[in-house]
Design a protein around this ligand. Structure first.
Ligand code: ADE
Length: 241
């Protein structure tokens, strides 16, 4: 899968791909990452990419011309490219979007800086527009990395272990059950004993209960959506005295 980042600030993005899972995916040729700088597509001799807002308002807005030219170039190179804009005023990106976008062959992320992008660029070129949350970042670069990361890990072979996709949070309405590693006792903090006994059906039942508790506590609105149809058989066994 190919990703193109349309950004004035390639340097703040590149580091993300120099280590760990995404680097391995690039090395294995599962991912191909490119950058286009709208400044390289300007018609003016000072390579200016922004201007004050028409109609007033604080800050600088990215001009249409450099972005129109960049995106025309991109579409000419690949007519199937899926163009995504990042802005805090769009629909919030979700795990379902990540899974859907993982089926595309080429996604281009267009990051705005300054006060934003001239709306005519979005109107002419956006296949989709996403926000990553109700807060304002200094630009779309981090948001596009977030989306790229979560799309990438839904590509087959990017993650080592396919199971880590199947049972994670947001695959159902429930959050994932807590995980533990070794040792069993760390400074008097114990791993739940049921996890250690090797009865996988009881471990599954316990994990379901813990998932439900965690979801109810941290994300009550998700818990409301969760339709609890399974009878959970995880009551502590009566101990004989
Ligand atoms: N650009 C600035 N803030 C953003 C956000 N929250 N999501 C996406 N793009 C942004």
């Amino acid at each position: 899968m190919k990703f193109t980042f349309v950004t004035l600030f390639k340097n703040i993005m590149q580091g993300y791909f120099t280590d760990s899972i995404l680097k391995r995916a690039i090395d294995k040729k599962l991912l191909n990452v490119n950058y286009l700088n709208p400044r390289d597509f300007t018609n003016n001799k000072h390579q200016k990419v922004d201007d004050t807002a028409v109609g007033g308002g604080a800050g600088m807005v990215m001009n249409p011309q450099p972005l129109f030219s960049t995106l025309d170039f991109l579409k000419k190179e690949d007519k199937d490219v899926h163009i995504v804009f990042l802005t805090p005023v769009a629909k919030q990106f979700t795990q379902n979007d990540a899974k859907r976008l993982a089926k595309k062959s080429h996604i281009a992320f267009v990051s705005g800086r300054y006060e934003g992008i001239d709306e005519r660029v979005i109107e002419n070129y956006a296949d989709e527009v996403f926000s990553i949350g109700d807060y304002i970042l200094t630009g779309g670069e981090l948001a596009s990395l977030v989306i790229c990361d979560s799309v990438s890990r839904n590509l087959s072979d990017v993650l080592g272990n396919a199971d880590s996709l199947r049972v994670e949070s947001f695959e159902t309405e429930l959050l994932e059950a807590p995980s533990f590693s070794k040792p069993k006792d760390f400074k008097n903090n114990l791993v739940p004993s049921e996890y250690l006994k090797g009865n996988h059906s009881r471990i599954r039942s316990l994990k379901l209960v813990l998932s439900e508790c965690k979801t109810k506590f941290f994300r009550p609105e998700l818990f409301l959506k969760y339709n609890c149809t399974k009878v959970v058989d995880f009551l502590p066994k009566k101990t004989k005295h």
